[in-house]
Design a protein around this ligand. Structure first.
Ligand code: MF3
Ligand code: CO
Ligand code: CO
Length: 290
């Protein structure tokens, strides 16, 4: 599958403990450990990705087409020496993804898709700068008012992402991260999408590790300084099941209930976590208007 790493089929039998340990060792060996210079590259790329979302924010208004937002994003990245990583990625046709209401991810910008007051929309941008990838997304509430349910979904998704980020430190595991996210989402009776996961990134867009947004404490990869990955939970107001439309990209909730997502690119540091994609303008969560 495309875009976010699609999770392997859930029907794989759980390995015996010895095999599980061997699996984990194999996964651990594939996760790049980056150098101090690499952090500098990611800081610059992450900052440009975040600035791109800051820049498009005032244009996210009722009536604007998602194609227009895509053009604003594409030209801002290029003006600042970056390249949109999604354009041409596995055949993806645009410079960002815009996913509205029951669209979970990978919504393709289009001239005839216009934002309507009350929509909730995710804008996901990935920029390549000097060979490094910055990948981040935020939710927008179009016209600054939506339903109580959709607003709660946006707020809980933001908190869930941050619970995951706060769980990142050397010696913690990806199971700890997934569990922290799942606890916040399910604690509000929302559900965590299983079929798409976060991912390692750096000189490549998508690499090891696979970052699930659900899990059990102590399971999975042990985090070490020098690991770079995204945390990008997709949380549904209804059930977790999704389906991909015939365009091969657009993913929607099967029950057509709304879905929300936020994403940051992060690193494990010697004493915790560094977030590469914080908003320089402080526009990390809605409402964004003054
Ligand atoms: N930016 C998305 C992510 O968070 C990936 C989009 S891939 C695309 O990993 F091809 F759909 F653009
Ligand atoms: Co990502
Ligand atoms: Co992204």
């Amino acid at each position: 599958m495309k875009g976010l790493t699609a999770r392997r089929a859930a029907a794989v039998p759980r390995p015996a403990p010895a095999a599980a340990a061997a699996d984990r060792d194999a996964a651990n060996r594939k996760v790049p450990i980056h150098s101090a210079d690499d952090y500098a590259g990611m800081r610059a790329a992450g900052r440009l990705a975040a600035l791109t979302l800051d820049h498009v924010t005032p244009s996210v208004r009722p009536g604007v087409s998602t194609a227009e937002l895509d053009r604003i994003i594409d030209s801002f990245m290029r003006r600042h020496g970056g390249i949109p990583a999604t354009l041409g990625y596995k055949g993806y046709p645009k410079s960002c993804c815009i996913s509205i209401n029951h669209v979970v991810n990978h919504g393709i910008p289009s001239e005839d898709k216009r934002l309507v007051a009350g929509d909730i929309a995710n804008i996901d941008v990935t920029v390549v700068l000097d060979g490094w990838h910055g990948d981040t997304s935020r939710m927008y509430v179009v016209g600054d008012r939506t339903t109580v349910k959709a607003q709660r979904l946006v707020d809980v998704t933001f908190e869930a992402m941050w619970a995951g980020i706060r769980a990142v430190r050397p010696g913690a595991t990806l199971g700890d991260v997934g569990h922290a996210i799942q606890k916040v989402a399910e604690g509000s009776r929302f559900s965590v999408v299983r079929d798409f996961v976060g991912h390692g990134l750096g000189r490549t867009f998508h690499e090891a590790p696979e970052v699930r947004h659900f899990g059990r404490p102590g399971d999975g990869l042990v985090l070490r300084p020098g690991m770079f990955f995204t945390i990008e939970p997709m949380i549904n107001a209804g059930r977790h099941e999704v389906k991909i439309l015939k365009d091969g990209w657009t993913t929607v909730t099967r029950d057509r209930e709304p879905s929300a997502q936020f994403e940051h690119s992060v690193a494990v540091t010697e004493d915790g976590v560094e977030v590469f994609t914080l908003s320089p303008a402080g526009l990390d969560r809605p409402p964004y208007a003054a």
